[in-house]
Write a protein that binds this ligand. Structure first.
Ligand SMILES: C[S@@+](CC[C@H](N)C(=O)[O-])C[C@H]1O[C@@H](n2cnc3c(N)ncnc32)[C@H](O)[C@@H]1O
Length: 264
C-alpha cells in the first residue's frame, strides 16, 4: 500500500512573514524540509526581504528545533534585485528580533566575508540565493560546499529562470547529475542537492522521497504535491484577505450606522 505523505505544511503552516518574492512558490517545501532534517545550523546566502529566511525560521521555532539560522546579505541589493534602501534591512531585522530571538542571526556583509565565520563540515542546510549569474552561483557553491557537513543539503533558487544573464539553470544542469539531487520545476525552480556521506539510517521521509526513488513517476508525484501545496497556501491567503476586507466593511457600516441620525 502507498503511504500518505502528510508533511506539516499541510496542516500547521500559516506564514507569518509575507513580502513579494518569487520564492513564494517554495515556502511549503522550505518549511517541510527544515521540519524533516531539523538543522542545527542553516545558512542562507541572499536574504533580501526575508521570505525564504523566515519560512525556515518559522519552521525551526514551530518544530522546537535546537538550531540557528544565519542570513547573509549586504542588504544593499545586486544587479538582479537592483539597489534597495535601508527600509529593507530595518524591516527584516525588526521581524527577526520580534519573532526569532535566539534563532535568526543576520550577517550584514558579503558572502566571502562571512566564510571565515563558519568551520568546515558544520552547516546542515545551505540556501544559495544571491546573484544568479553562472559565475556567481558557481563561486558561491565552490566556496561554501566545504562548510556543509557530510550528508548536508544545499538549495539553489532560480534553477529554471532563463531570462537575461541568469545562469543558475546552466550551473544546475552541469552540477545536479554529479550529485544526489532533485529539481522542482515550478515557479523559478528550486534545486536540492545532498553532499555524500553522513548517517542515512534515520533519514526522514522527505529525504527518501527526494533522493531514493529515481523513477520519473515518483519525481512527478513529489513535484505535483508541492505545486498543490503552494496553491493551497495562496488560496488560504486569499481567503484571509477577503475575510479581513469583509470585517473592515462590516465595521465601517456599523460605524456609519451609529453616526446616522437615530443611530445607536
Ligand atoms: C534574490 S535576492 C534573495 C531573495 C530571498 N532569498 C527571498 O526569499 O526573497 C538576492 C540577495 O542577495 C544579496 N547578494 C547578492 N550577492 C551578494 C554577495 N556577494 N554578498 C552578500 N549579499 C549578496 C543581494 O543583496 C540580495 O538581497
Amino acid at each position: 500500500m502507498t503511504r500518505l505523505y502528510l508533511p506539516p505544511s499541510l496542516t500547521n503552516f500559516e506564514e507569518k512573514h509575507m513580502v513579494f518574492s518569487t520564492w513564494v512558490d517554495h515556502m511549503a517545501f522550505g518549511y517541510d524540509l527544515v521540519a524533516a532534517i531539523r538543522p542545527r545550523m542553516l545558512v542562507e546566502l541572499g536574504t533580501h526581504k526575508g521570505l525564504s529566511f523566515f519560512a525556515f525560521c518559522q519552521s525551526m521555532k514551530e518544530h522546537g528545533i535546537d538550531g540557528v539560522c544565519y542570513g547573509v546579505d549586504t542588504f544593499e541589493g545586486d544587479a538582479h534585485t537592483d539597489k534597495y534602501d535601508e527600509t529593507v534591512f530595518n524591516a527584516v531585522q525588526s521581524h527577526a528580533r520580534q519573532n526569532y530571538h535566539g534563532i535568526a542571526y543576520l550577517m550584514r556583509m558579503f558572502f566571502n566575508e562571512a566564510l571565515g565565520h563558519f568551520s568546515d563540515g558544520t552547516v546542515d542546510l545551505l540556501h544559495i540565493d544571491g546573484l544568479h549569474t553562472y559565475e556567481a552561483v558557481s563561486e558561491d557553491f565552490r566556496n561554501w560546499y566545504p562548510k556543509l557537513r557530510p550528508g548536508g543539503i544545499v538549495l539553489f533558487h532560480d534553477v529554471m529562470a532563463r531570462m537575461n544573464d541568469f545562469g543558475a539553470w546552466r550551473f544546475w544542469e552541469e552540477t545536479a547529475p554529479q550529485h544526489e539531487s532533485f529539481t522542482f520545476l515550478h515557479g523559478f525552480g528550486l534545486g536540492v542537492l545532498r553532499k555524500p556521506g553522513g548517517d542515512r539510517s534515520a533519514d526522514p521521509e522527505l529525504l527518501h522521497l527526494l533522493f531514493d526513488d529515481p523513477s520519473p513517476e515518483a519525481a512527478a508525484r513529489l513535484r505535483a504535491f508541492y505545486v498543490h501545496a503552494c496553491r493551497a497556501l495562496e488560496n488560504a491567503r486569499k481567503v484571509r484577505r477577503l475575510e479581513a476586507q469583509a470585517q473592515a466593511r462590516a465595521a465601517a457600516q456599523a460605524a456609519n450606522a451609529a453616526k446616522a441620525p437615530g443611530g445607536a
